[in-house]
Ligand binder design. Structure first.
Ligand code: ARG
Ligand code: GLU
Length: 733
């Protein structure tokens, strides 16, 4: 039995007192629902744990999709139709867009199967089952292993478990640690590889409010898109092919036409990415005082450049849309998180908790448990400069000027050239890179990139200790008298990387001269220096120290469970399938500020700014609003748009289905309010609210706005009390 099953005190009373938020902290493993079923029923669940997660019959979990690497989607149609957020399908929508055929701007609705658009590399993964295998792993681990040895031992022990689980099937499986390795689960999955775009509203609906409204309530975004899973003739996953057919699902979520109800039970099922519920005060202090402020400064600088460029031309707007969205999203989240933990007094709370922890450990005669905190404190102190360097590397190379990462594609040609030439593979490698280059240059603007480089470099150098700076930066002082801009200008002026024509000339044919030129290319040299610095100076030390933190956290968290058994524990999110529950409710996030629960199309119209990049609206939506032509989806002359509920969510929960107590879809999650983003570190039931689209707005957009009523025919829309009636849609009036 795993440790986080230990739960005693159930706060039932809270649910019964009116006016007290019925939020419940925690992201629960679906296999453990039986253990909290009583709690769930008290909160309003009207179906059974078995209806949610079953190995014997189709259950809700069979409708939950890990969409690509990081979002959630859900099955809503008999023919493999799935739904996720617009921002989750954003890069696919963007990739199918050009100035001539702008799906971002105009939206997209496939008229029939043959119009649906394939997406290379996009996958849809289902959890076949998960199982606690702690007993097959933990007892076999000899005490005193280093973290590296431990990982090796776990890998060795996992191998037969995985083999047993997948042999003779097309499934995959992994064994994953939970609670810092206090327990382990095997997760068996089925992954589909042919996932096509079916529908998306225009960005003016799907991203309405843009970054201004992102992470904010009240919200008025129609953040959804539709895809379809295709399978081989045997209904099993197959490589993308025109011969594939729409997949027949095991379970399809019914959609509740009544939508979310104020105060009603709500639950959310999805793949939350990561939370840090059990951090020590030392870690929180680092986040609060160093990490968040530094990363915020880096992103603010690059966003200033990119936002301005995107305003200046349609071409740059499309090129940088997806990149801008990913840079700005975490930027704004960190700002909210920083404010949230400060307001909650998370740091002081952790310090006080640690004192109580040590006192209890001493009282119980557990000196080893008491000793782990000073050990963690020391380790956090040691890791800090490396953690800073690592974050800066990520910000600079993965979110900064793109040339740095692009240059890394040529590493083999630069560093393994002798080997490549000996095997005659150099030209083949050069051709491969030439072929892959077009996709990069499609979204690349040299001037923007150069400006981002210039904006980030001073911040990067300011935060990075001199002993951890990439060697190549010495040039700035030695050859450019400290003038960073001049150094950057010189790099871009002399590098071939900045233009596809120059690269073509350089790589075709690939001969001794090309090799020399590549090696000498200034941006390749800079990129190599950044990577080498990170790989050689930063990562090894960071990894060793992180290992000792991981080991310390393992002890600390098991100590918490032992010393504070009256508390309910849930394992930090780790991109595995989880369920959170709470209710449909607003909040009072700040003094004199009250957040209502629902927004409507009237509010969308209130925000309308003609011609604005974030708040413009399509004429058709304006007309539907003017005519109050809401069909079966409106309520008393208004059209519901978004709602908040007290569900504990995080990144990765985007696109997750929000269900009522009967397991019917009432919304899809797409965000949290700004006052909630600290919930990755500390959840505040009074303030933390996730933001979802109301299903009625989704149906309205598909039916009334897009005229794509044929899609509704695949869905199961239900209405009224239980058992519900199935409504044949579209309802034509
Ligand atoms: N904040 C949401 C999430 O974390 C939505 C992000 C996409 N929207 C945007 N305006 N960038 O994914
Ligand atoms: N938009 C987020 C996502 O991509 C969900 C919001 C959150 O972090 O809660 O998963």
């Amino acid at each position: 039995m795993t440790l986080f099953l230990l739960r005693r005190c159930i706060p039932i009373l809270l649910v019964l007192i009116p006016g007290v938020a019925s939020a419940h902290e925690g992201m629960w493993l679906p296999t453990l629902l039986k253990s909290i079923e009583g709690d769930l029923r008290t909160a309003g669940l009207r179906i059974t744990a078995e209806d949610i997660y079953s190995l014997n019959q189709g259950s809700i979990k069979d409708a939950i999709v890990l969409f690509g690497g990081g979002c959630t989607a859900e099955v809503i149609g008999e023919q493999g139709l799935i739904m996720t957020n617009h921002h989750c399908g954003f890069s696919q929508i963007q990739r199918h867009s050009s100035v001539e055929r702008d799906l971002l701007k105009d939206g997209f609705w496939a008229a029939g199967r043959s119009d649906e658009l394939g997406n290379e590399g996009l996958t849809a993964t289902f959890v076949v089952r998960m199982e606690d295998v702690t007993d097959r792993i933990v007892p076999q681990l000899t005490p005193g292993l280093s973290e590296a040895q431990l990982r090796e031992a776990v890998a060795r022990l996992s191998e037969p478990i995985v083999r047993e689980a997948v042999d003779g099937t097309h499934h995959a499986a992994v064994v994953r640690p939970f609670n810092y390795g206090n327990s382990y689960y095997i997760i068996v999955t089925e992954t589909f590889r042919d996932v096509r775009l079916v529908g998306a509203p225009p960005s003016a609906i799907g991203k309405f409010g843009g970054d201004t409204d992102n992470w904010m309530w009240p919200r008025h975004t129609g953040d959804f898109s539709l895809f379809r899973i295709y399978a081989g003739p045997d209904n099993k996953p197959a490589d993308p092919s025109p011969a594939n057919i729409p997949w027949t699902p095991r379970y399809v979520l019914p959609i509740a036409l009544d939508g979310p109800q104020e105060g009603g039970f709500a639950m959310i099922f999805g793949f939350p990415g990561s939370t840090q519920r059990y951090l020590t005060s030392y870690a929180v202090r680092h986040i609060q005082e160093v990490q968040d402020p530094m990363r915020i400064a880096m992103r603010r600088a690059s966003l200033e450049v990119i936002d301005q460029a995107m305003r200046s031309s349609d071409r740059t707007r499309i090129q940088y849309a997806a990149k801008q969205a990913s840079i700005s999203n975490a930027y704004k989240k960190w700002i909210g998180e920083l404010r949230g933990i400060k307001e909650l007094g998370t740091l002081a709370g952790k310090v006080a908790y640690e004192e109580r922890y040590i006192a209890r450990a001493r009282a119980a005669g557990k000196e080893d448990l008491a000793a782990v905190l000073p050990q963690l404190e020391a380790a956090y102190g040691q890791v800090a400069p490396y953690a800073i360097a690592r974050d800066l590397f990520v910000e600079m190379v993965f979110y900064g000027p793109e040339v740095l990462r692009f240059a890394d594609r040529f590493r083999v040609l630069v560093e393994d050239l002798d080997k490549l030439q000996a095997s005659g593979g150099a030209q083949a490698e050069a051709d491969k890179q030439l072929a892959a280059m077009a996709a990069f240059y499609k979204d690349f603007d040299v001037e923007v990139d150069k400006r981002v480089f210039k904006a980030l470099l001073p911040i990067y150098r300011e935060h990075l200790g001199p002993e951890l700076q990439p060697g190549v930066l010495d040039e700035i002082d030695k050859r450019f008298r400290g003038n960073m801009d001049a150094w950057v200008d010189d790099l871009y002026a002399r590098s071939a990387l900045v233009s596809p024509e120059k690269m073509e000339k350089l790589l075709k044919p690939f001969n001794a001269r090309s090799a020399k030129a590549l090696q000498a290319d200034p941006l390749i040299r800079v990129s190599r220096s950044f990577f080498r610095n990170f790989l050689e100076e930063v990562r090894p030390a960071h990894a060793t120290l992180s290992d000792s933190i991981e080991a310390g956290m393992r002890t600390y968290v098991s100590g918490m469970m032992e010393l504070f058994p009256e508390v309910t524990y849930w394992p930090d999110a780790n991109s595995t399938l989880r369920l959170s529950y709470g209710s449909v409710e607003g909040s009072e996030p700040r003094d004199a500020v009250v957040y209502g629960t629902f927004t409507t199309l009237d509010g969308v119209m209130d925000k309308y700014i003609p011609g604005d990049p974030e708040f413009d609206l399509p004429q058709r939506l304006i007309d539907l609003h003017a005519a109050k032509d809401y069909g079966a989806y409106g309520v008393d002359g208004t059209m519901p748009v978004c709602f908040t509920s007290s569900l504990h969510t995080t990144g990765g929960n985007s696109g997750s289905p929000v269900l009522n107590g009967h397991g019917e879809l009432i919304g899809i999650n797409f965000d949290r309010s700004w006052e909630s983003t600290m919930s990755d570190i500390q959840f505040d039931p009074a303030k933390c609210r996730n933001i979802s689209m109301d299903v009625r707005y989704i149906l309205f957009i598909i039916d009334k706005y897009a005229g794509a009523a044929h899609l509704l025919e695949e869905m199961r829309v239900v209405k009224g009390t239980h058992p519900p009636r199935t409504i044949p849609l579209p309802i034509h009036r």
